[in-house]
Design a protein around this ligand. Sequence first.
Ligand SMILES: NC(=O)c1ccc[n+]([C@@H]2O[C@H](COP(=O)([O-])OP(=O)(O)OC[C@H]3O[C@@H](n4cnc5c(N)ncnc54)[C@H](O)[C@@H]3O)[C@@H](O)[C@H]2O)c1
Length: 386
Amino acid sequence: MVTEKRRIGVGLIGSGFMGKAHALGYATAARVFDLAAEVDLAVLADADPALAGRAAGALGFRRSTGNWRDLLDDPAVHVISVTTPNTLHREMALAALAAGKPVWCEKPLAPTAAEAWEMAEAAETAGLATQVGFNYLKNPMVALAREIVAFGEIGTIRSFRGVHAEDYMADAQAPWTWRLDPAGGGGALADIGSHILAAARHLVGPVAALMAEVDTPVAERPVRAGAAETRAVQVDDVARLFLRFENGASGSLEANWIATGRKMQHDFELYGSKGAILFTQERFNELQVYYAGDGAGRRGFRTVFAGPEHEPYSAFCVAPGHQIGFNDLKAIEARDFLHAVAGGPRRGPDFREGYEVQKLVELAYRSAREERWLDVPTPPDAPRPA
Ligand SMILES: NC(=O)c1ccc[n+]([C@@H]2O[C@H](COP(=O)([O-])OP(=O)(O)OC[C@H]3O[C@@H](n4cnc5c(N)ncnc54)[C@H](O)[C@@H]3O)[C@@H](O)[C@H]2O)c1
């Protein structure tokens, strides 16, 4: 007897960089993974009907709308992806949850920790699955790094070094975008530093205290491309953090969106008592591992290439070293979200983790303002005013 699979209808809000990545992620996940449900790309919403219509056609959605609220009571939409600028996440995610629909929301979850907390609370109260777009955590090689740490293969982790650096704002003539809006929660640290903070928590554990400094070398930017009129930049181009983890490890981290020449330096280094791990997103199908126990004269970092042994690489390719890509990480994210929606394990990172990361982002900005170390508020969680 052939049993029909449940159908999960997707409502996507936004069709920019991340909107496309979510759409491709759902479509690929439906083809490469054995999902408990079928995926139906039901409705795409964007800021105006024409834009939404074009994007829906290109990305394979059945219908489109210029009003995201149309998704809320549409019976064909069972889950909602929020891929709009940061200031819109809270309103859209809360409305989706209130309508009983699980949400996959882009990072940073919200501009403030209090808003992120509200979103996490709403999801937990409703019992609905959520996911935050920390896609780099979905890399099989990052999973391998975590496994090596968890199995104690490199001993006790003593220190962490992380960086997320890109150069999309390096040109001082790069015009104003929503990323520079202070209402969005901050600059480089909130935008890309949130990814490496999420990695630090994923690999080492909770942060107990931090100290930060921020810098904005490009003090003004054109209000639009080619315009002579400029606008003062109020958010950070560069942020540097010192970290103390709850488990006793220490660390440092940098977020930088004016790092000329760097395209995707989401890198971390983990130093343990028995070995070390190096990772760079620019070569993200590789992991460098060092074992101090190797024979004298034979010690050195070895390169492990991603292959079918590193779940779920084999879903994409049977041959090692052939490499998966950025949008495949989004497909793994889509798989995990859809599994959670269908009642499977909730692998996250969920809204609560989005809140935990936002708490660190907000605390770092406060530390920079007050020029001092700050302890991270510990559970039971209550958002602290900035
Ligand atoms: N996970 C990642 O690696 C990653 C990478 C880039 C961006 N992001 C995050 O994704 C989010 C979006 O970033 P992006 O680069 O895709 O931005 P983008 O500017 O490329 O796209 C934003 C989209 O939202 C739409 N939009 C704006 N207002 C809307 C409204 N009221 N109703 C419906 N649609 C609306 C825009 O028209 C556009 O299609 C941000 O939160 C960002 O931080 C995450």
